[in-house]
Design a binder for this molecule. Structure first.
Ligand code: XIL
Length: 366
């Protein structure tokens, strides 16, 4: 009897352990199957390069598996897509859009008008106001028509306001060599934005149209300028559907500033897109900085915070999604644009998931 009991106990223990192991492996399996897109209550995306998409399978696999929205990082900026007056180059954009259609990803087009990234022929263009208007209209309508029904939404105008909330017209900030004012406002008058939105709407009435801007986390003046632009557009029935909060921030960016930006812009009732998220750690521009565990934790906490605030502040019907500005740290504009070492994204230089990825995923789920 004792012997039978012992056998029975061993058998039970075996079944129990086995069941436990099975259960554990199912859990592990479920967790490893989780991706950003599978747990996100809204779209999650990245801005991408057509060259990396074509040449790097790790990059491509992340897009296929993890994300369901794509922004064109540079391929549809004026300089790339319209390099000469009578030449449109849709190669880069088409690579991205074809990939997106094959893989069921949403595409957000960036951007139709910006003060920067314009080719010399545009900067040197000579013509009266009708000729400039024609230039603007032709550009917008040719690009939007080419992608009609394929690109879901557009940043129609990018970064139209100075940091003090005034409209960029002339160069008022000589310390910023990137900013030489805005040719569009200079040649087309202060209401060029409204017409840009109308031209885009005419070319694809189904596309959602966004105004995209940086710095709302620390410039209340910019928020005010954007909100009054939206109110003005609404009162004149100018078609605007959404606002992009770029959110190029760092680990020291004020949490209150982030909350305020999301809240004020969400109050407009428009779609809200965190459109270019990246979080820098090298706040002092230290060339010998290493990416310590302490920095990784601070950065992950910030990612967690941004995603959580977006989820809880923006009403569900206005959650257009969160897009990071490229995929791996080595692809980010931060290193070369600010000429410093930094690690601002969710994947490392070899496309391995970082602690920031885990924090992002956790915030999407919680
Ligand atoms: C950046 C790109 O990432 C770089 O590759 C390019 O050289 C310069 O532009 N705000 C914007 C984006 O709206 O278009 C910028 O993208 C980053 C800042």
């Amino acid at each position: 009897m004792k012997k039978i009991n012992l056998h029975f106990a061993i058998l039970c223990a075996f079944i129990f352990i086995n069941a436990g192991c099975k259960k554990q492996s199912v859990n592990a399996q479920t967790q490893s199957n989780e991706t950003l897109q599978s747990v996100a209550p809204f779209r999650v995306g990245a801005a991408i390069s057509p060259t990396l998409l074509q040449n790097n399978s790790s990059y491509r696999n992340i897009l296929i598996n993890e994300l369901n929205s794509i922004t064109t990082e540079n391929a549809l900026k004026w300089q790339a897509v319209h390099p000469q007056q009578n030449t449109f180059d849709f190669n880069g954009g088409d690579v991205i859009v074809n990939f997106a259609m094959q893989n069921n990803k949403r595409v957000h087009g960036h951007n139709l008008l910006w003060y920067a990234y314009n080719p010399d022929w545009v900067k040197n263009f000579v013509g009266d106001s009708a000729a400039w208007e024609n230039l603007l209209k032709t550009h917008i309508q040719t690009v939007v028509s080419h992608y009609k029904g394929k690109i879901t939404s557009w940043d129609v105008v990018n970064e139209a306001f100075h940091e003090d909330g005034t409209l960029r017209v002339e160069d008022t900030n000589t310390s910023d060599s990137f900013d030489d004012g805005c040719i569009w406002a200079r040649h087309l008058g202060r209401d060029y934005m409204a017409r840009a939105f109308q031209y885009a709407h005419e070319a694809d009435p189904g596309a959602l149209l966004f105004y995209n801007e940086y710095g709302q986390e620390w410039s209340v003046a910019k928020i005010n300028a954007i909100v009054s632009m939206v109110n003005d557009f609404k009162s004149r029935h100018i078609p605007i559907d959404g606002l992009g909060i770029q959110m190029h921030i760092d680990i020291n960016t004020s949490n209150d500033g982030i909350i305020n930006a999301i809240q004020q812009l969400a109050n407009t009732g428009l779609q809200i897109h965190i459109s270019e998220l990246d979080i820098r750690v090298n706040t002092d521009n230290n060339s010998s900085l290493t990416y310590t565990d302490a920095l990784k934790t601070e950065q992950s906490d910030k990612y967690y915070f941004v995603v959580q605030q977006y989820k809880s502040i923006v009403p569900k019907t206005q959650q257009y999604g969160i897009t990071t500005w490229n995929v791996g740290d080595g692809d980010s504009w931060i290193r070369f644009f600010f000429n410093k070492n930094d690690w601002p994204l969710l994947f490392d230089d070899n496309y391995a998931k970082k602690a920031t990825y885990d924090a992002f995923l956790k915030a999407l789920k919680n």
